[in-house]
Ligand binder design. Sequence first.
Ligand code: PGA
Length: 240
Amino acid sequence: MNLFVANWKMNKTRGEAAAYAREFGAILGERDPGVEIVLAPPFTALDAARDPSGRWSIAGQNVSSEAAGAYTGEVSATMLAEAGCRYAIVGHSERRRLFGEDAAILARKLARVREAGLTPIYCLGETEAEREEGLTATTLVSQVETLARDPSDRPLVIAYEPVWAIGTGKAATIEDAGSVRIHLSELLSDRRDVRILYGGSVTPENCRPLLEEARVDGFLVGGASLKASTFAAVAGVLRR
Ligand code: PGA
């Protein structure tokens, strides 16, 4: 089933999250959306963003690489699971770039996520410089290696997010997203259950061809997820 994840990043208070959840719930109505929807609010708003009737689930935007203990400011995978999360985002390029999260840390995070029974949404993608140097494939291979110890019989979500496309208004072309999707499927061919999402400047205007022609399994949406109606349009659940 296609999967649409709203990554709110550091946006929305609890009150704003609750208002969004009400509006999004009204858009969906009683029907089964026919797609899987996940909201990833800031930790403080996880509870406010939940849907009591289960039409969408919630995800942590980040998770600690440690299980518990003296790690001031961290939130563990167990805490996320207990707060009702089904997923945790691991390896978002903002975490890699702004907070120095390297492959070793990300592998530890993946392990904690699995121990807590959550499914990781593992983000990867090349920078503009890597792309210009023709290093896209090499970068993806090394980022996939971080999953080497992740159990291949468990469901996995990959989000291909080229760094140059995030928040820039410059989404990948259908050709680029499509060829990376094929490459990633090959790299992950030992997996029984993997969905490959695309992320980076996804909007209601550009999402259909990416879904239908690049044949990704859904999107990780930043800016366009901040308004309930816009995210609903991307997920294809807006009533006409
Ligand atoms: P964007 O962000 O949709 O605003 O480009 C995507 C992301 O960073 O997950």
